[in-house]
Ligand binder design. Sequence first.
Ligand SMILES: NC(=O)c1ccc[n+]([C@@H]2O[C@H](COP(=O)([O-])OP(=O)(O)OC[C@H]3O[C@@H](n4cnc5c(N)ncnc54)[C@H](O)[C@@H]3O)[C@@H](O)[C@H]2O)c1
Length: 453
Amino acid sequence: MVAPSLSNSDRTTSDRRNAPPSDRKDPNLLIWRPHDQRYQTSEWYTGYGEIQQEEDQRSFKVTATYTLQAEVKIVQGVLDPTNPILANLYRERERCVSIIDRTIEELYGETLRHYFQVHGIPLELKVCRAWESDKTPETVHQLLHFLGKEGCDVSRNEPVLVIGGGVLSDVAGLACALQHRRTPYVMIGTSIVAAIDAGPSPRTCVNGELFKNSIGVYHPPVLTLVDRSFFRTLPIGHIRNGMAEIIKMAVTDDRELFALLEQYGTDLIKTHFATVNADPELEKIADEVIYRALYAYMKHEGTNMFETYQDRPHAYGHTWSPRFEPAAKLMHGHAVTIGMAFGATLAEKLDWISAEDRDRIITLCRTLGLAVYHPILEDTELMLAGQQNMRRKRGQGGLWAPLPHGQIGSCDYAQEISPELLHTAITEHQTICSQFPDGGAGEQMYLGDLGLE
Ligand SMILES: NC(=O)c1ccc[n+]([C@@H]2O[C@H](COP(=O)([O-])OP(=O)(O)OC[C@H]3O[C@@H](n4cnc5c(N)ncnc54)[C@H](O)[C@@H]3O)[C@@H](O)[C@H]2O)c1
């Protein structure tokens, strides 16, 4: 529907002054609200603003908020032509502009094209290699070329369909954020990490030279579709890697999820999340694990989209790892479990959790083949640099490191970790892990192990 234009003079005083009663008392307070949906730039974004003049009539203050509606849905067979979700979304727009991970295009490109052909919707597809080493401004630039005037000239209320893993969601999300300053996108995360974490996340980014994910903006997808049937083709190493982000939410927020992982985690990895040789019981468990992880994550991250609050449980395992992950060339999930296992040891030293709970956390990571130790932790200078970086980044005088607290399933935030305590905790963690025959290493823990750079 085309919005009829209204000049400023058409708007009535009452339109402009539709303030809540308490605000009306101040004649200088002019409240502006979008009073008609016809003026919205896109169906997913609304806003509210107010402007308050000072008595001297020489200055004023403006306050504005921007409200986003983001939906997350667990679906099945999203590319099956009988599934109407994507067709309903793009039919009216008369095309679908999409960015897809190169591997996913090789595996599912034909199915995707067939889906849109069946529905008579033109598909404009950009295939993008998305390795960790591609998380650069140059990749974002290429995507902007595709989205912009030289490419398909996407409109600022046309949701771009992004299909791929966490690397693609980060770079394509950032490109969408930059195109027209904010172009909506729909995310189909095809890896576990992208499905339950990076995909619905508002944090779009590329890597900085020393720190991962340090350059970016907050721009969540307007819709995240999670379809675990993609995991059938996801290599086991990546399934395991994705488990790290689920463990993170289990330890900090959902005790039952932790118990489910203890009981079924290995089977879920073996069966690619119940998509290969699984019985219906395990399929149900797989859906429950995905739902619980997603819900726990979005309960905190989704309601704090712009990181205006520091209490972010999902940063567990991510305080020191952004520094040591690239330095040791670790897979993201393994870097996070090393951070979480170390965090558990630190939490026990702080008397925040019992030794039994610390060991349960370390044991779960190990049972699933995830790393809990890397000698890079012994590089105290690097760890302190990582800590300093986080303190600067998180600001407000504290480190805000989420650590398990009380029992598995809840957490609190450590503000001060002195160099002495850091050193003692690292030594203790090293002692704990040295009893393992592999020293706490994980399976396929390095980026190169899975053929990626
Ligand atoms: N923005 C955030 O909040 C956030 C959160 C967590 C992780 N991340 C980022 O996500 C990245 C890790 O994501 P990832 O683990 O998805 O890595 P990835 O994007 O590199 O994907 C892993 C590999 O699996 C392939 N792949 C993806 N889905 C597949 C499928 N269904 N079948 C076969 N192959 C498939 C990809 O092509 C790639 O080779 C890291 O860069 C990390 O920093 C971001």
